[in-house]
Structure formats: structure tokens, C-alpha cells
Design a protein around this ligand. Structure first.
Ligand code: ZN
Length: 280
């Protein structure tokens, strides 16, 4: 069901692919308890059982719509969930309470090999030593500047068809294709960086046309992970570790950001997964 009214009420950051299952479960239980309590209270107040049942069912219905459209019934549930749900429960729900990148589909693509073959990075013995080649860095910057339409660049670069929608939220930029989630990037700069890089790969890497959409995402994410120079302003990037509070947990992440303009360019979970901060 789609309408302007529903879309206005809907909180996309808590629903759809962003829905937090532990929070939804907690809220559903709370709704059932409230409706049940109301039913009992109404009976004690001498309402007829049929009337009390209708009132309780109506309350449940309203709560269900609220949870469906907004993700939560009770404001602040994420904090409660984070506090009272042990980490293994959150993991069992596949909870990954932070934003990561556009292309991270599982595959055994050798990203470093392709980046080298495309002449995007200099050969290095370890992934940590990877550096962009000057020629690629230059082509990349001008490709970013040349992006006139994000929509058509998304279709080109990822070789997909459909209506592209880009939404900026607090900690990420979401791209959907024909109203279905397509990818998430840590920032608009990260998305633009990938679109620019994709254009450069298309120009100068023979293997690019054969790469699948997921592989393209991986290559672009892999490239962005190693950038030492901000693709937006050409200043040097910095790497910092930070604790990010997501919907249902705190995680330690490594963040590549620009030392000058400050845009976040890449975010990766550090070893150990979710920290236990916030659970006691
Ligand atoms: Zn910058």
C-alpha cells in the first residue's frame, strides 16, 4: 500500500530494510501487554466482555499500524533493546547496527588484483600499502566533477535499469531502484566517489563491462577504502577508529574521512564486532 499520506507518516530509517527486528519484537510484546491490560481493566469496570474485546483489538490494530509504519510503538525502544538484549540475541537477529557500503555482496572477487590490473593502484605487497596511481586519482577527480545526474550515473555505473531515488539520512545515503533498496553509502561524497570511479573504470579497464553489479560495487568500495586523497577536495584523508551508536548496539568502526572537508568516505567494522558497551 502506497500513498502520500502513508509515506509522510512512514519512518523509512526504521522500516523496510532498516527495520530492527529485536525492537519490533519488543514493541509487539509491549502492544499485546497493553491491550491485554486494557481488556482486564475494562472488564473490572463492568464493561461487557464483547465491548472490552473490541476495544483491546482496536488498540492492537492501532499499535500494529504504528509499528508497521514507524518501526516503533514506544519512543526510545532502541536504547532499551540495546540495554537489555544481550549481544548474542542481537547477533541472532542478524543485527548490524551501523551503516556500511554500497557493494558488499559476498563473492571471492580479488579486489586488489583488479584494482592493480585497472592501473588504479600501485602494486603493493600488503593491502595496507595500497596507493592510488596519480593518473587514476586525476581521472577520478575530474570524473566526479563531470557527474551531471546521479540517477543516470547510478544506472550506467552499476549497469541497472529503473527509477533511481537517492535519500540522505543521518548517517548514510540510501539509493533505491524502482522503490526497492539498492545500496547504502556512508555519505553522498562516497556515492559520488564510486560513480566517478565507475566512469573511469568503464573508460580504461577492459574487464569492467563483464563485471556484475555486485562485483562493481565491491571494486568501487575496495578502491574507496584505500583512498589517501579526498576525491572531493584533494586534501589528505585520515583513518580513525570510533564507536558508533547504531539502532541496537555500539560498534567500533574504522572511518576514512577527509582531513580537510571532513566528509566520511568509508566505514568498516573493526575486529570483534559489536562491543558490549551499553549492555550491563
Ligand atoms: Zn575533502
Amino acid at each position: 500500500m502506497n500513498s502520500i499520506f502513508l509515506d509522510r507518516y512512514r519512518r523509512s530509517e526504521y522500516t523496510g530494510s532498516n527495520r530492527c527486528l529485536p525492537c519490533t519484537l519488543v514493541n509487539t510484546i509491549i502492544a499485546v501487554v497493553i491491550a491485554n491490560t486494557a481488556f482486564i481493566c475494562l472488564l473490572r469496570l463492568n464493561y461487557r466482555p464483547a465491548h472490552a474485546a473490541i476495544a483491546a483489538v482496536a488498540m492492537l490494530g492501532i499499535a500494529a499500524i504504528q509499528i508497521w509504519l514507524r518501526g516503533y510503538l514506544i519512543p526510545g525502544t532502541p536504547r532499551l533493546t540495546r540495554r537489555y538484549f544481550p549481544p548474542w540475541v542481537l547477533r541472532a537477529f542478524g543485527k548490524e547496527p551501523f551503516v556500511i557500503d554500497g557493494g558488499r555482496a559476498e563473492s571471492d572477487l580479488d579486489v586488489e588484483h583488479h584494482l592493480e590490473a585497472a592501473n588504479a593502484v600501485t602494486s603493493a605487497d600488503t593491502a595496507a600499502n595500497i596507493e592510488l596511481t596519480d593518473s587514476f586519482a586525476e581521472a577520478w577527480r575530474s570524473a566526479i566533477e563531470d557527474i551531471a545526474s546521479v540517477d543516470s550515473a547510478v544506472r550506467d555505473v552499476f549497469d541497472v535499469d529503473g527509477v533511481v531515488q537517492v535519500d540522505d539520512t543521518d548517517r548514510s545515503v540510501r539509493v533505491s531502484l524502482d522503490s526497492r533498496p539498492f545500496g547504502r553509502w556512508v555519505s553522498r561524497a562516497a556515492l559520488l566517489a564510486d560513480l566517478g570511479a565507475g566512469r573511469v573504470f568503464a573508460d580504461q579497464y577492459d574487464a569492467w563491462p563483464e563485471a556484475s553489479t555486485a562485483e562493481r560495487g565491491q571494486l568501487l568500495g575496495g578502491l574507496r577504502r584505500h583512498i589517501a586523497i579526498c576525491p572531493m577536495c584533494a586534501a589528505e584523508t585520515t583513518f580513525d577508529a570510533a564507536t558508533v551508536t547504531g539502532c541496537c548496539g555500539d560498534v567500533r568502526v574504522g572511518i576514512v574521512s577527509c582531513g580537510d572537508c571532513g566528509v566520511r568516505l568509508y566505514e568498516v567494522p573493526l575486529e570483534g564486532g559489536p562491543t558490549t558497551e551499553g549492555w550491563s
